[in-house]
Design a protein around this ligand. Structure first.
Ligand code: ARG
Length: 588
């Protein structure tokens, strides 16, 4: 096990509990009411810091430094820790022993999974992400959902979760009357041709224009919706055409982006149609339904509108139609009852927060979302242009995702051609692809997702700073050491690893931070933590490499040991980037 944080937490926890129990017994309080878990984290002062004494002391009315000392008196960590210092209000600064660090690093180096063991009891997680809308161009908001969701999927899978990807595409609702009528007007062949090349914007806009311009079209669209909802076979056939063409186009984008989504992951809104009537019936039977201005609504407690009035969630409108909210209730029910999800993650833009919070609240009221199932909204901010306004083209329309990807890859190819003229042909094209797409993904993933971020091609494609190309280059540079030395990393012996220089020790400590950061990333669904870790690791490696010659080390043993450190660093960078959905080319 490479996870020193978990190891130390396990050792310290009983000592904290024992101090708590003793004080509680003396004071006659119930220890069950005083939680006392220590938290161990990386620290600038020492290798690690254990917190918890302060919180415990506050609860017990004791001096925090005394509590910290009492914990220390009861714990034996001498095999892992050389020095413990009580600092500030009861922090424990832990300096790890070189022997423990070296032993754990050897274990990680000898393990394909770098010491990150999958948890056999990890439950099923549903990740709802991407979710573009049929016959509408995917926009940059869908890009963020797709990239962030995909990283979360990979991290959870890596830790042993059974992950079910669900692409909740918008494939139902009132606009389809208009879209189908437009399809009929344009002619099927023409429409298919437009949609298959991804001209979804034009198709949608033209449909909209003809709808706005003509009362006849409005009437036809209205009738078409009725036909669609009543299951008219010809209407369904036309609808399916729109869905299939769009899905094929989405798949082209996913393949370009290198995300895991496949056509099988599409579980569109329409797939819940048959469940909607049951949703309303069950809510009614539970007495949760309220008739409000002709619409059937639920009022979950705690939700108020701008006017301070209770906010309704409309499950069925006054015309008898079910909407987005009813569909999401059916969806959550399906995910709990049929998929048996323990955790349901919605990677959806921040503006849908209220909607999702209400869906969760109503599902809990109705008993469809039991307490032990976690439903979480994973929101993200907007993508902004250089002017800090919503990212748009010069003409003001929203930018097509594919055009963004093309531009990134083109620019990457130009930079690579300049930096490394030896890289030619297919390999150069493949590297440009990896770097261009990687740059977009890394730029998205490396900033705290809830914040807006500015799309800046120059910055994200730079080889310096916390960027995709920098991380990929850090990896390729280590691989080049092996090429220069004509060494096959597979022949390295992890037991050769020894830590003598402070930079070697620092690198090993950084490498051992991989497992905790992967777990934290899974818990918080914050890929920027993993990015930050990888960036620090690359820096720590640079400091090591400047101070410690590898191929020209003084003796064979030192050289062998340093090569193990180099290889483990390269593998950690490549694995980490892989968890973000980013490739790590061998050469750049
Ligand atoms: N299709 C929706 C949109 O483009 C996103 C769907 C998100 N998922 C969900 N279960 N509501 O805004």
């Amino acid at each position: 096990m490479a996870d020193l944080v978990a190891l130390l937490t396990d050792r310290l926890a009983p000592a904290f509990a024992s101090v708590r129990d003793e004080v509680c017994a003396a004071a006659g309080t119930d220890p069950a009411e005083v939680p006392a878990p220590p938290t161990v984290s990386r620290s600038d002062r020492a290798d690690l810091q254990a917190n918890g004494a302060l919180a415990l002391a506050k609860r017990l009315g004791r001096n925090p430094r005394e509590v910290a000392q009492a914990v220390l008196d009861r714990v034996d960590v001498a095999d892992l820790v050389d020095e413990v210092e009580i600092a500030g209000p009861g922090f424990l600064n832990l300096t790890l022993s070189d022997g423990a660090i070296a032993a754990l690093t050897r274990t990680a180096a000898g393990d394909d999974r770098l010491g990150v063991a999958p948890d056999p009891d990890a439950g099923t997680a549903v990740v709802d992400y991407s979710a573009p809308n049929v016959a509408k161009e995917m926009h940059v908001g869908h890009l963020r959902s797709t990239v962030i969701g995909d990283a979360i999927v990979r991290v959870l899978e890596h830790l042993g979760h059974t992950v079910v990807r669900e692409n909740h595409v918008g494939d139902w609702g009132a606009p389809f009357g208009m879209l189908i009528e437009h399809l009929v007007d344009v002619g099927e062949d023409e429409a298919v041709a437009e949609l298959s090349v991804g001209d979804l914007n034009r198709f949608y806009q033209e449909a909209r224009q003809s709808f706005d311009a003509s009362d006849d079209m409005k009437e036809r669209a209205r009738e078409r919706v009725v036909l669609l909802q009543s299951g008219d076979p010809e209407t369904l056939r036309l609808w399916q055409l729109l869905v299939d063409q769009s899905a094929a186009y989405f798949q082209l984008v996913y393949d370009r982006l290198g995300v895991l989504l496949t056509p099988d992951d599409i579980v569109g809104e329409s797939s819940y149609n048959d469940a909607l009537a049951g949703i309303v019936e069950d809510l009614d039977a539970q007495g949760l339904l309220v008739l409000d201005d002709g619409a059937e609504c639920v009022f979950p407690p705690g939700f108020t509108g701008r006017d301070g009035q209770p906010q309704p969630m409309i499950v069925r409108n006054r015309n008898g139609g079910y909407g987005y909210a009813a569909t999401d209730l059916a969806t959550i029910r399906h995910r709990v009852e049929d998929t048996h999800a323990a955790r349901i993650l919605y990677v959806v833009g921040a503006p849908q927060r209220d909607h999702l919070e209400m869906v969760f609240a109503v599902a809990r009221m109705a008993g469809w979302l039991p307490d032990e199932v976690q439903a979480e909204h994973i929101p993200f901010g907007n993508l902004l242009g250089a002017d800090r306004k919503m990212f748009k083209t010069r003409s003001g329309t929203s930018v097509r995702l594919v055009d963004l990807l093309d531009e990134a890859v083109e620019r990457a190819e130009a930079t690579i051609a300049e930096r490394n003229p030896d890289l030619v042909g297919d390999e150069r094209a493949a590297v440009a692809q990896a770097v261009g797409i990687g740059a977009i993904k890394y730029a998205d993933l490396s900033s705290d997702r809830v914040k807006d971020y500015v799309l800046d091609f120059d910055r994200m494609l730079a080889f310096e700073g916390n960027t995709g190309p920098y991380m990929q280059y850090a990896h390729a540079r280590i691989r080049s050491i092996f090429r220069r030395g004509e060494i096959d990393p597979a022949t390295l012996d992890p037991s050769a690893l020894a830590l003598a220089e402070p930079q070697e020790r620092a690198l090993a400590v950084a490498l051992l931070g991989f497992e905790p950061i992967v777990r934290q990333t899974a818990e918080t669904c914050q890929p920027h933590r993993l990015c930050g870790y990888l960036f620090d690791l690359a820096h720590t490696f640079t400091a090591f490499y400047e101070a410690c010659p590898v191929l020209k080390a003084d003796d064979e043993a030192t050289r062998a040991s340093r090569l193990v450190l180099c290889d483990l660093t390269a593998r950690t960078l490549a694995t980490g980037l892989g968890l973000l959905g980013i490739q790590a080319p061998e050469r750049m």
